[in-house]
Each structure stands twice: as structure tokens, then as C-alpha cells.
Design a protein around this ligand. Sequence first.
Ligand SMILES: [Fe+2]
Length: 308
Amino acid sequence: MNHIGIGQKLISKVEDVTPVVLRAMAGGSDRRLRDLVTSLVSHLHQFVIETKPTEAEFEYGLRWIAALGHHTNDFNNEVVLAADVLGISTLIDLINNDGMQGETMSALLGPFYRGESPLCASGDCIARSATPGPALHFSGRVVDVDGTPIEGAALDVWQASPVGLYENQDETQEDFNLRGRFRTDAEGRFHFVSVKPAGYPVPTDGPVGDLLRAQKRMPMRPAHIHFIVSAPGHKTLITQIFADSHEALVGDVVFGAKQQIVGDFVRHDATDPAYPGAEPPFYTCHYEFRLVEGVSSMPVPPISGKKG
Ligand SMILES: [Fe+2]
């Protein structure tokens, strides 16, 4: 249906554009889509009217958006990275996960979740190839907001190598290095071995890197381990456990760090019978994940493969 009817004047000045465009978008049966697009167009038009971009600036902006697509492939997702460094992902996260029911705070999925990582037994090590860094024994429990253990909860774990790259970015790392899936026991407990995470730079060889350099922003993320914790009847928790200084947390290029999900990483300078085989110095961290009742679902992985 044509909403620009007979007798309606054609566009002749700036003020004419937004009402005409909104009228053209007023159809369709999907009300939510109409609300979203109407608001998006209204805000975009207002942004353009306020900032008055030159034609050259407009062309540059369109090329920058197109470059996000050109730099997105099986092992890199520049679109997700752009949403992250613009703070949009953190806004979406906080709007949808406010932690007000006592559940563990969530954090960004990020651009490097692959899905379908190897199923592991409790206590397995997820370093599948020579990986620098002191050993880390990470243990914890998964409970509901009342503290009742959740048996059979699934934990999907992934982290960057301390060289600063996820395995999908690095041909020298074994497939699925520093990735694994675990299940809790009858007491809700889990345990895995890895290396202590280190901070790393987000990829800067694409349009996001161009933006960060122009803004003189550091591309660094504080050290962290990613978790997706899921169980039937519970809202899936997507989060990160941080292991870094306050300065690094504040400087997180994707604005993802939250105080509640900073882990207590304890350094051990002597052997400990509680951790047989752990050569000092090594680290331990214990964290209790709290899930709220809800629908269990898994996110679509932003990447599916590995470089090389
Ligand atoms: Fe990460």
C-alpha cells in the first residue's frame, strides 16, 4: 500500500523528510518491528539534522559500516565487536539482565564464542596445546537464588591464551584450546584446570581498530574467563569472571567489567595436597554462580571456526 497519497506534497525541505518516511513505514502487521524501526528512524534522522554530516563524511560512514561486514567471517565477528566498543552491547545486557533477583550478574557474550566445544570430565584441563602462564584451578558451584545446588548444570568455558589471542585467531593453538564444557555434580560443584587468564587487545586490523586509533583509545580487555551457565528451568547466564587490577577493569574497551563478577584469584607459592600435581606458583579461584528461574536457551555463536 502506498502511504504517500494523491494530493500529498512532495518533499521540498529538511523538515518534510522525517514525517514522510515515518508515514511510509507505518504499515505491516508486526507491531514490534514497526515500533523499533519508527524509533530508530526518528533518532537517526534527528542525529543527522543535529550533526549535519558532509557528503564526504556520509560516504566514509557508509564505507565503515560496509567494512564491518567485509571483516566478518567464520573466525572473526567485527559487527559484534563494533557493538561492544560502542557500549551498545553493555546497554542491551543491563536492560535484559539487571540481577535484581539475586542471580549472578551477566556480562557480554563477546565475539569469540564458538559453541560445541569438547565435553570434559570434572577436573579436566582445557589447555590443549602448549600454553604459557601459571596453572589455574577453577572450581565452584552452580546454585539457584535460594542457594539450592543445581545438579547437571552445563558450563561452557572459554578464554584467550596469555599470548593475547583466542584459539580461533591463532594458527599455532590447537583446535578448541582453552575451551570446554563441564557439568555439575549432585552438589552443584564443578572443577577445571586452565591457565591464569591475561588481558588482551581486541582485534584492531579492521574498521573497529581504525575507530579506536582515531579516538586514541586503548584496545585492551582486562583478564577474564567467559562462562555460559545453563540448566533446565533456569535463565541461562552469560558472564565473565574477571582477574585483573581495578585500573584494567575501568579501562575495559568494551565496558564489560562489573565488580560482582571479579574473581578471587589466589596465588599459591608451595605445593598443596588439595591440588595434587599442581606445580607452584599456581592459582586457584572459587566462584558460585546463581541462576534465576526462567527459560534455558543458548546464544547463536558469533563465529563457527578457526583460522588456518
Ligand atoms: Fe574475552
